[in-house]
Design a protein around this ligand. Structure first.
Ligand code: NI
Length: 204
């Protein structure tokens, strides 16, 4: 090893690691200044939700603004779903019925289709009748549905290309705050009573 090169190499290494530390501190402080002491809850609160324009099951154009001021419990699925969606919509319905009436009155239950090609306004109108009396069915163009799917971080994809195709999809039920931000999400197959008691503690 050449004695002249060693300190030189060390210097370059030191300079590079110094630069890396400075860059890391810079990135970290940028991150911190963006969102004061971010927590996982704050992050998901900010990540889920957003603007949308869709058509409800009464064939009226609606947007996210029409739902502000009330809490929203929202599920994404499709009416041809053989099991998961009807089960979760029944759980949503039951949880709403477990809520004290004055709290339930503050919540709009919403079902958004991720299969707008088959879930027309007429199909949605028929389907929502099987669940909560206030359930709002939302459909739209493929583009409109893609927008709300992105906003709510929903994954959905046709499982096959047959006429009676199934759709793979995430099965979360979101409780949204009166300002349209996420309060809480529930997983598939939640216990309705448990869900109602959690909702009751979050709804003011
Ligand atoms: Ni489903």
């Amino acid at each position: 090893m050449n004695n002249n090169q060693t300190p030189h190499r060390l210097n370059i290494r030191m300079i590079i690691s110094l630069i890396l530390v400075v860059v890391a501190i810079g990135v970290w402080s940028l991150y911190l200044s963006k969102d004061d002491t971010p927590s996982a809850a704050d992050n998901s609160r900010a990540l889920i939700g957003g603007a949308f324009e869709l058509t409800n099951h009464k064939n009226e154009m609606v947007s996210d603004k029409d739902f502000l001021g009330k809490y929203m419990i929202v599920y994404f699925g499709y009416t041809y779903c053989p099991d998961v969606c009807p089960m979760d919509l029944q759980i949503m319905t039951d949880s709403m019925h477990h809520l004290p009436q004055e709290i339930a009155n503050k919540v709009t239950p919403v079902f958004v289709t991720i299969d707008p090609e088959r879930d027309t306004v007429e199909v949605m109108a028929e389907y929502v009748q099987y669940f909560h009396e206030d359930l709002v069915g939302l459909t739209g163009t493929l583009e409109q549905i893609n927008t709300i799917k992105k906003a709510y971080r929903v994954y959905a994809a046709k499982a096959d290309e047959t006429e009676d195709y199934l759709v793979d999809h995430t099965a979360y039920t979101y409780l949204m705050d009166t300002d349209g931000s996420l309060l809480k999400h529930f997983n598939h197959g939640e216990d309705p009573e448990q869900m109602a008691s959690i909702m009751a503690t979050l709804i003011k």
